[in-house]
Design a binder for this molecule. Sequence first.
Ligand code: VGL
Ligand code: ZN
Length: 208
Amino acid sequence: MTGQSETLLLIVDVQNDFMPGSSLAVAGGDEIIPVVNKLVGQFDNVALTQDWHPAGHTSFAASHPGKVPYDTILLPYGLQTLWPNHCVQGTAGADFHRDLEATRAQLVIRKGYHPDIDSYSAFFAADGTTATGLAGYMRERGFSHIVIAGLATDFCVAWSALDARRLGFSVTVVEDACRGIDVDGSLAAAWRQFQQAGVERVASALLD
Ligand code: VGL
Ligand code: ZN
């Protein structure tokens, strides 16, 4: 594997609103926390993403009269799945889970803050062109490899992993440190796309 100095561990959206019982609950989302914390202890370079939407964000079903969560809608940049309100800037739901070991994170990338564009990926908003700055950060820091874990496997983890491949980084997804939402087969599709794109899939035990 690539050395520590060329590798960034990216922990995606381990936030309260994605936890069981909250607005956009990911089944088993809390179960990954000990696995993620162990990973954080194993990498020299750690970054986090934080889904960070303004109230009334375009990805919220409530922003579109007559729509309900998990409907889709055609927006100027393409098809958008509509979600329950979640991760609104400054709310407790947008905070990282209290047990996430975030102290050693060197960077927090916030995404989804443009009112009219969603952003699953840590690299680009859903229009495919509005950058978050993470690619530039990785290049300037000399990271050629990204190891990704977090929520949700089939949305923010998947879009981040596939963008990272498109940008030319080598990519590893830690399967037991992720959980998916699984809308209409999206979880199986994500694992298929990972394979096609050359995203490496590992179990966390293999990184010991
Ligand atoms: C996510 C749906 C909406 C994610 C974020 O973190 O995977 N999914 N916003
Ligand atoms: Zn979101």
